[in-house]
Design a protein around this ligand. Structure first.
Ligand SMILES: NC(=O)c1ccc[n+]([C@@H]2O[C@H](COP(=O)([O-])OP(=O)(O)OC[C@H]3O[C@@H](n4cnc5c(N)ncnc54)[C@H](O)[C@@H]3O)[C@@H](O)[C@H]2O)c1
Ligand SMILES: [Fe+2]
Length: 387
């Protein structure tokens, strides 16, 4: 555990059924007269933009609506949307979506105020000025992008996903309204929800973990593990959806004070080259990486056990760490998460490529509680290619 630690928060968070109406308070707060409302085709198609649109229009503002943000966007897509926005007056950006939409809105909100950023998103220290005010309205309960300082983009010619980090990208406002997540289909509920569980577990076991993080990650684990199966099987269950939404938000906050570790590190090449969605690749890896970390994390897994296992009291405490690993394997099966990479077009001959590229994600691997050798990493991928 490091000696000095800090945590960052969005400026204002509205939560609760119906909190979407607070969009009007936010518009008044920032004295906005021009608003850009952003989402993707999937969300637009299921009518989820109607609510935010009508709350904005009731204030007398006709927002610029962008409803085609691509899933897991590339850095090129950022440039395209920047061109569309830079000629317009934008006092407030409202992002309604999952991590893909929120990340796009986050980077655009700083690109509009940091002139040269758009030429090279990766240039170190390019973000020096606060963003255009931004609201995140998450519609998945997954990435926690509504809480974090990161935005992730694909560089297709390099087969690489890159995280851009700046505190100026923490959304100013967040609205956690459960009605925005109830239509999320089961498979997306499962994969995005397990991404949130990864954030909670990984940040707890990270070498950067600290009391702020532990408090939030334990509560996130309790909320997510207590509701994910219900949300998956019965999407209309509002209590389960509310717990998932809060859990994902808390887990996102954990990432502002700690970090993800080897699950996310090994996931990067799977997203970069094989375009496996972020939540899916993390979910496939989670039980395997947590099993690899078992001996280094017995204490942490003992903390997790009563929050994850309905029958913890019937199991001797010494067996709780192993029971946590078993639970993760069984949860992935229940949620229909694949147990193999082969169905995504990854083949045994790709093993060296995957290993070499995961090893490069030092930023996260160095924070993993167990120092993973190249052979350890290869071994994890190998298991997922044998199945
Ligand atoms: N900024 C961060 O801190 C952070 C952290 C992790 C991942 N990410 C990034 O976030 C992206 C993934 O985001 P995600 O997992 O939230 O998924 P997503 O935003 O890519 O959305 C996945 C799909 O779900 C659909 N969808 C979303 N909400 C819906 C709803 N309520 N009802 C029906 N359909 C809905 C969308 O239309 C889309 O097709 C990746 O690019 C990943 O790299 C960002
Ligand atoms: Fe993630």
């Amino acid at each position: 555990m490091s000696d000095i630690y800090s945590i960052k928060f969005p400026r204002k968070v509205f939560s609760g059924d119906g909190s979407l109406s607070e969009l009007q308070t936010i518009i008044r707060d920032v004295k906005a007269s021009s608003v850009c409302l952003m989402t993707d085709e999937g969300i637009f198609g299921c009518g989820l933009l109607d609510g935010p649109l009508s709350y904005i229009e009731e204030t007398g503002i006709k927002p610029m609506v962008i409803h085609d943000i691509p899933r897991e966007p590339s850095a090129y897509a950022v440039q395209d949307y920047y061109k569309r926005l830079s000629g317009e007056k934008t006092d407030l950006i409202v992002a309604v979506g999952g991590g893909s939409v929120i990340d796009m809105a986050k980077i655009l909100s700083v690109a509009l105020t940091n002139e040269d950023l758009i030429e090279d998103l990766r240039r170190p220290n390019a973000i020096t000025k606060p963003s255009v005010p931004m609201v995140a309205v998450p519609t998945t309960s997954g990435t926690g992008a509504e809480a974090t300082a990161n935005a992730i983009f694909l560089y297709p010619e390099e087969d690489l996903k890159v995280g851009i980090i700046s505190e100026y990208m923490i959304p100013d406002y967040v609205i956690l309204d459960v009605s925005m997540t109830c239509k999320l289909p089961p498979a997306l509920t499962a994969s995005t929800g397990v991404d949130a569980l990864c954030h909670a577990m990984e940040s707890y076991i990270s070498i950067l973990s600290n009391p702020f993080c532990k408090m939030l990650s334990l509560e996130a684990i309790r909320l997510i593990c207590g509701s994910i199966e219900t949300a998956y099987n019965d999407g209309g269950n509002r209590q389960a959806r509310e717990d998932m939404q809060l859990g994902a938000f808390y887990a996102g906050l954990c990432l502002t004070t700690s970090s993800t570790v080897a699950v996310h590190a090994l996931s990067y090449p799977l997203g970069g080259k094989y375009h496996i969605p972020h939540g899916v690749s993390n979910a496939i890896l989670l039980p395997y990486v947590m099993r690899e970390n078992l001996e280094c994390c017995r204490e942490a897994y003992t903390e997790f056990a009563p929050l994850m296992l309905s029958n913890a009291e019937q199991i001797p405490k010494a067996q709780w760490p192993q029971a946590v690993v078993d639970y993760l394997f069984s949860l992935m099966r229940t949620l229909g998460i694949p147990d193999s990479l082969r169905e995504f077009g990854v083949h045994p001959e790709d093993l060296d490529y995957l290993t070499d590229n995961a090893v490069k994600v030092e930023r996260l691997l160095l924070k993993n509680p167990k120092k993973l050798s190249k052979e350890d990493i290869k071994g994890i991928y190998q298991q997922l290619l044998q199945n």
